[in-house]
Design a protein around this ligand. Sequence first.
Ligand code: GLY
Length: 463
Amino acid sequence: MFKPETYISRRNALRAELSSGIAIFPGNTEASFNYPANTYHFRQDSTFSYFFGLNQPDLAGIIDIDKGQDILFGNDVDMDDIIWMGPQPSIADRGSLAGISHTQQLAAFDEYIKDALSNGREVHFLPPYRGETKIQLSELLGIAVKDLKASASVELIKGVVKLRSIKSEEEIAEIEKMVDVAYLMHTTAMKMAHPGIVEQEIAGTVEGIALANAGPVSFPVILSINGQTLHNHYHGNTLTEGRMMVVDCGCESEETLYSSDITRTVPVGGRFSQRQKEIYEIVLKANLNAIEAIKPGIKYREVHMLAARTIAEELTKLGLMKGNPADAVAAGAHALFFPHGLGHMMGMDVHDMENLGENYVGYDEETVRATQFGTAFLRLGRTLQPGFVLTVEPGIYFIPALIDQWKAEGKYTEFINYEKVETYKDFGGIRIEDDVLVTVTGNRVLGKPIPKTVAEIEELMKR
Ligand code: GLY
C-alpha cells in the first residue's frame, strides 16, 4: 500500500468532483473456481484499491459527499478465521492504513445505503462487472441486474476516470517496476524460442517469472507461432524454423495492482529471414514513429493514424499495397493488415478502467469514436495529457480468413495487391508493444529497454 495520505487525498479529490450524496465502492469478494471453497486468485477491484488501498476480500467503502466523511466496512475475524488464515488486523487497523477513522462491520454497509436511499440522497455507484457484485447491488438498490450498467452514476464514472487517468510519481514507479519484470519475462521467452520447444513450456515459464518477481500476469499470456490470431491463448504448438513467435504479456503488482503490457515478436531460432525482416522493420517503424509523436495536446487517434500511414506507405513500397497510401488509410484499406487500435490506457487495469466504459476512458465530447473497421477498435482516441500511461502496439497480420473475405468481396482492389498478399498467407503476424508515459515535454518509454531491433533480438537469441 501507499501511505494513508495518498488515499486521503484521492478521496478528497473525488469528493470535489461530485455534487452531493454518497459514492459506494463494494470491494471484490472471493470468486469460486470449481466448488465454493476453491477460489480463483483473489483480485481486488481496482477502483476500490485506488481509493482505499486494501487488498483483502469482503471490504467496502463509502465516500459521503454531504457529510465529508469516509467509512470503511469489513468484519473483524473470528477464531475460525484465525485457525484457517492466521491472525488478521482488525477493521479499525485496516482503516488506519487507508487513513480512515470511521470503520464499521460489513453489515452496516447495507444499512448505510438503505438509510441514504430512504432519505432521498443520491447513491453513486460504478457499473459492476462481477456476478457477485451485480447481485449485491441489485438487491441493495432494487435495480434489476440488467439495468445496473445504465443506472450507474455518470458523474462518478467521469470523476474516477479524471483522477485515475493521470498517474502520480508513485504510480509510475509501480508501473515501471512491472515493466522491468516484463523485461525478464520477454527476454527469457526470446532465449527459449528455438525449434522443438512447445509454446506451453515458454508460456508457463513466463507466468512463473511474473509470480516469482511481482504477482500474477496482468492478463492471460498471449504466446503463439500463429500471431495472426490477435489474442492467441492456445499454447500447444511446437516451435518450428520459419515461424515467428508473438509474446504479449505483462504482470501486475500483488499489492498495489499496477500492471505492465508488452509485446515482442521473434523469429523461431533467432535469425530473421529476409521476408520476416522486411515486415518486422515496418512494424518497428510504426512503433517508433508513434512513440516519437506522443506528447501532450496530440490526439491519440492522430498517432494511431500516423502508425497506419507508416504501415500503408511501407507495404506499398513492398508491393503488398498499391495506390496512394494516405488515400488507402483514409478509406480503411490498411485494416486488412492492422485491424486493431494502436493502444489503450494502462494502470491498475491493463486496459485501464475499461469496466467503467471504454468511451468514457478513451473518448470525450471533442473526440468521438470512429466507426470504420480497424479504427473503430481504437480504445484511446482523445487528446493526451501529461501523466497518461498508454500502450503503443502496432502490428501487421496476415489473417487468411480476412484476406479471403475481402478478396471475394472485391474490397479495396485499388489499394491491395491480393496476388502478392496470397503469398503471405503462411506468414503469421507481428506486433511490437511498449508502455509509454506522456510527460510535460513529450514522452518516456517505461522500464528497462527490452530488445526490439532486429540486431538486438538476434544478439540476445544467439546460442
Ligand atoms: N496486450 C493485450 C491487450 O491489450 O488486450
